[in-house]
Design a protein around this ligand. Structure first.
Ligand SMILES: Cc1cc2nc3c(=O)[nH]c(=O)nc-3n(C[C@H](O)[C@H](O)[C@H](O)COP(=O)(O)OP(=O)(O)OC[C@H]3O[C@@H](n4cnc5c(N)ncnc54)[C@H](O)[C@@H]3O)c2cc1C
Ligand code: SF4
Ligand code: SF4
Length: 441
C-alpha cells in the first residue's frame, strides 16, 4: 500500500487502466497493492462493467448480489477500488490521445459532463422521482426504463446521479427539488492530461447485434429475448423479481427455448469464432429458469456444447440430470410468431436429418461476444486489432499489445469468462509491474 518511490525522475510509475470491469478492477487492485498509482478509467458513468448484470455465476450458481444490494459485504472489488488510496477512479471518461514513449506516456482524457456534481449529490433520488422523461434502461437492454436523470443501479460506484442530455428536455423539475444544489446544466466536458508509465487495456466486449439474424425475429416478436435481457430478468433485483416472464403478457412461460451460437461460429456474419462463454451462461440461465418456474420445460438447441473449464462438464450433467433440461443438437433455421398466442414456432433440422417444427412460449438468443463499441477509436492509440476486431497479441506474449508499454487483459483480447478474465488480469498486472520496474532501474 505504500507509494513506490520513483527511482528515475524521467519515468512515471503510474498506470492507466482503461475499462473497469472485473478485469480492470482486478488488475488495478493488484497494482495498487504493489504500490503503483493507478488511474482506473471507464467510459460508463459507474465502474463494474458487466458485473451488475450477473446475479448468479456459473459453475457454482453462487450469488453476485453484493453488487446490487444495499449492504455490500467487505472485499467487494467495487468498494475496494473506490476506497483504495492508490486508485483514482475516472468514471464517465474516455482516452483521446496517447503520446510519448513507454515509461513516460502523456495521456489525454476527456472527462464527460455529468451535469450533476458527484461531490454534492447525496444520492437521495428526489430528482428522478420528479423527472417526467423515461427512456430504456441500459442494464438489461431496455427491458426496463429509467429517467433522464438517473443512477445506473442503486449501488453504483460512484453513487452519484447524472443527466442523459440526449433525453433531457430541460424542464427544470429536478433543479427545484435538489436540496444540495448538485445539478449544473452549464457543466462541459473537460480535457485532462495524465502522465503514466504504462497502459492496461481492459474494455471488455459487447453483445452481437441480434437484429442481424433477422430469421430469429428479435425486435419483431416481443417474446424473443436476448441472453443479456434474460440474464437481467433472472436477477432478483429485476422488475419480475427473478421470475421468467413473457414480455407480451407477463405470463410465466411453460416452454422455453435457447438458441445457441447466435453471432458465434458464424463466418457468414464475420464471426467465425466461438464466444466460449455462451454454452455455460445458457446452462446457468436454463437452471435458474427451472428453479424459479418449476413447471416450465427448457430446451437448448446447440451445435456443440463447449464445456471445457474446471467443473463445467459436471455442471452440464447436473443441468440434464437434476434439472431435466433437454439439449438438442439441431440448427434452428427460423422463428415465426403464432399470431393469436404470440407463441413462437421454431423450424429446425432434427438429429435424424428431418425438418421439424415446435412451438415455445419464450425464446432466448444466446448472443456471442463482439469487440466493444468504439474499438476503432481506441486502436488509434497505436495498437493492432486482430481479424475479428479484438486486440491482437502474439501467442507467447498474450498480454502485450503491439505498442510497447500498452498491455491488455480480459474479454477484449478474446471472449472469456470471469475466472479466465481475473487470471489474465493478474498476469497482465504482474507484467505491467515488471515492465515499470525495469523502466525505472
Ligand atoms: C449474459 C451473460 C452472462 C454471463 N454469465 C457469466 C457467468 O455466470 N460466469 C462467468 O464466469 N462469466 C459470465 N459471463 C462473462 C462475463 O461477463 C465476462 O467474462 C466478464 O464480464 C469479462 O470482464 P471484462 O472486465 O473483460 O469486461 P466487461 O465486464 O465488459 O468490462 C469492460 C469495461 O470497459 C468499459 N469500456 C469499454 N470500452 C471502453 C473504452 N473505449 N474506454 C473506456 N472504457 C471502456 C466498459 O464500460 C466496461 O465497464 C457472462 C456474460 C454474459 C453476456
Ligand atoms: S431537466 Fe431534464 S433531467 Fe431534470 S427533470 Fe427535466 S427532463 Fe428530467
Ligand atoms: S442530483 Fe440532487 S436530487 Fe438528484 S440524487 Fe443527487 S442530491 Fe438528490
Amino acid at each position: 500500500m505504500k507509494n513506490r518511490e520513483r527511482k528515475n525522475r524521467e519515468q512515471s510509475d503510474a498506470v492507466l487502466v482503461v475499462g473497469a470491469g472485473i478485469g480492470g478492477m482486478g488488475a488495478a487492485l493488484l497494482l495498487a497493492e504493489a504500490g503503483f498509482q493507478v488511474h482506473l478509467l471507464d467510459r460508463a458513468p459507474s465502474i463494474g462493467g458487466s458485473q451488475p448484470l450477473l446475479d448468479r455465476t456459473f459453475p457454482t450458481n453462487s450469488c453476485g448480489l453484493c453488487f446490487m444490494s444495499p449492504l455490500p459485504p467487505a472485499y467487494c472489488p467495487f468498494i475496494e477500488c473506490d476506497r483504495h488510496p492508490n486508485i483514482h477512479l475516472l468514471p464517465y471518461a474516455e482516452v483521446e490521445g496517447l503520446e510519448g514513449e513507454p515509461g513516460r506516456f502523456q495521456v489525454t482524457i476527456r472527462q464527460k459532463a455529468r451535469y450533476v456534481d458527484p461531490a454534492r449529490c447525496d444520492g437521495c433520488g428526489a430528482c428522478a422521482a420528479v423527472c417526467p422523461v423515461e427512456v430504456p434502461r441500459e442494464l438489461g437492454e431496455g427491458l426496463e426504463t429509467r429517467k433522464a436523470i438517473y443512477r445506473p443501479y442503486p449501488q453504483a460506484v460512484p453513487n452519484a446521479f447524472l443527466i442523459d442530455m440526449a433525453a433531457c428536455t430541460r424542464c427544470g423539475e429536478c433543479l427545484e427539488v435538489c436540496q444540495p444544489g448538485a445539478i449544473d446544466f452549464e457543466q462541459e466536458d473537460e480535457l485532462r492530461q495524465l502522465e503514466v508509465g504504462a497502459v492496461l487495456l481492459s474494455p471488455g466486449f459487447a453483445p452481437f447485434d441480434a437484429r442481424a439474424k433477422g430469421e430469429f425475429g428479435y425486435g419483431l416478436y416481443p417474446n424473443v429475448l436476448t441472453s443479456f435481457q434474460f440474464e437481467r430478468m433472472l436477477s432478483l433485483t429485476s422488475p419480475s423479481g427473478g421470475l421468467p416472464q413473457r414480455p407480451s403478457d407477463g405470463k410465466t412461460p411453460r416452454r422455453i427455448a435457447f438458441i445457441q451460437c447466435v453471432g458465434s461460429r458464424d463466418p457468414a456474419h464475420g464471426r467465425g469464432y466461438c464466444s466460449s462463454v455462451c454454452c455455460m451462461y445458457a446452462t446457468k440461465q436454463a437452471m435458474l429458469a427451472r428453479e424459479r418456474a418449476p413447471e416450465s420445460r427448457v430446451t437448448v438447441f446447440y451445435m456443440d456444447m463447449r464445456t471445457f473449464g474446471k467443473g463445467f462438464d459436471r455442471y452440464l450433467e447436473r443441468a440434464e440430470g437434476e434439472y431435466g433440461i433437454e439439449y438438442r443438437r439441431s440448427m434452428v433455421s427460423a422463428v415465426k410468431q403464432v399470431p393469436d398466442s404470440q407463441n413462437l414456432r421454431l423450424s429446425y433440422v432434427a438429429e435424424d436429418g428431418r425438418p421439424r417444427e415446435e412451438e415455445f412460449d419464450l425464446v432466448v438468443l444466446s448472443l456471442g461476444f463482439v469487440p466493444p463499441a468504439g474499438t476503432d477509436a481506441l486502436a488509434r492509440l497505436g495498437f493492432d486489432l486482430n481479424e475479428h476486431g479484438f486486440c491482437h497479441t502474439d501467442e507467447f506474449s498474450p498480454v502485450e499489445t503491439t505498442r510497447p508499454g500498452v498491455f491488455v487483459a480480459g474479454a477484449f483480447r478474446e471472449p472469456k469468462d470471469i475466472p479466465d478474465t481475473v487470471a489474465e488480469a493478474a498476469g497482465a498486472a504482474a507484467q505491467v509491474a515488471a515492465f515499470l520496474q525495469a523502466a525505472v532501474r
